[in-house]
Design a protein around this ligand. Structure first.
Ligand SMILES: [Zn+2]
Length: 318
């Protein structure tokens, strides 16, 4: 009866409250900044990509088990939605961008290809980027390099592992199911070849940025340790793509991996190191902004996302 009393009290002597606003179509904020030692890190979204039925693309467990793992995490069981989290590191003297999103490629649906507009929203001009680091040659990482024939980061030096570069540009890929990736590599990697530097495993090739070869997903797939002062963050690239399936069932194989067995070995070896050393991570395809920690959980892992603070932590001076 309390509700009834309140309603009649509100209704007495006044007109009904009306607040009509259009439904908003926009998703999450497009960028997120935080500090790592003396560096400023900004995760800029390229949007989301949608891939096929996970019960067909992940192998090594019964389809019902894959579906129940997803369903227990309140995720759809018929498709996989992955973010594209592009990292920009401002060291104070360099602006370094890691991976470039999907560009105008429509193969992953219409939700991606937003890097340029979101960089602008974050106040980062493509002309100010002086280094672009590529974790590997897949289309969802390189297609933002060259858009409609134009190099998007005109003042940048480009970095990639040579094994990966050569694999995707090899004409032998043309006759295989990897044809689309080969064609996109031609469109995006060839125009930048004059300004391309090949990076080696273990090398600190930019100040505070160390390459760590993590093969399997692709032959030269590389992750990066970013170090400033006493702080470190691991940019995982595609070491794990899905924050539930790749962590809670880390031995599942994915049909898109070039060497699925090696991918599982690399993933568990690297995640063991990251969990043991409590290193914060940024994962390219985890839910935006993809920043958090990975903990070991029996023989599996769990991702603990970091919150997006709405103001700087007063206990942690910049
Ligand atoms: Zn990817």
């Amino acid at each position: 009866m309390i509700g009834g009393v309140a309603t009649s009290a509100l209704g007495a002597g006044s007109s009904d409250a009306r607040a009509v606003a259009p439904l908003v179509q926009a998703g999450a904020p497009a960028f997120h900044s935080f500090r790592l030692g003396g560096f400023q890190l900004t995760v800029v979204s390229d949007g989301v990509i949608v891939t096929g039925d996970p019960k067909r693309t992940f192998v090594g467990a019964p389809p019902e088990e894959i579906a129940s793992t997803l369903s227990a995490s309140y995720l759809p069981t018929d498709r996989v939605i992955l973010d594209e989290n592009v990292l920009v590191v401002n060291t104070g003297s360099r602006t370094i961008l890691f991976d470039t999103g999907s560009g105008l490629l429509q193969a992953y649906g219409p939700g991606a290809g937003r890097l340029l507009s979101n960089l602008e929203a974050a106040g980062i001009r493509p002309a100010d980027v002086d280094a672009v680091v590529l974790s590997h040659g897949h289309a969802d990482h390189v297609c933002g390099l060259v858009v409609q024939g134009r190099i998007m980061f005109e003042n940048a030096q480009f970095y990639i592992n040579q094994v990966d570069h050569d694999f995707w540009l090899d004409p032998a890929r043309q006759q295989t199911p990897l044809k689309l990736f080969h064609e996109q590599a031609l469109l995006n990697l060839l125009p930048i070849r004059e300004r391309l530097i090949f990076i080696k495993d273990g090398e600190e090739f930019l100040p505070g940025v160390q390459a760590l070869l993590a093969p399997g997903h692709t032959p030269g797939h590389t992750m990066f340790m970013i170090n400033s002062g006493r702080e470190t963050l691991a940019y995982l690239a595609d070491l794990a793509r899905h924050h539930i399936l790749d962590l809670e069932a880390p031995r599942l194989e994915f049909i898109g991996d070039i060497d699925p067995g090696l991918c599982v070995q690399t993933r568990t070896r690297m995640l063991d190191m990251i969990a043991r050393d409590r290193i914060p991570v940024l994962s390219y395809h985890f839910p935006f902004p993809g920043v958090g920690h990975v903990a070991k959980w029996g023989d599996r892992y769990r991702f603990y996302p970091s919150g997006m603070l709405t103001a700087a932590d007063p206990a942690k001076p910049l």
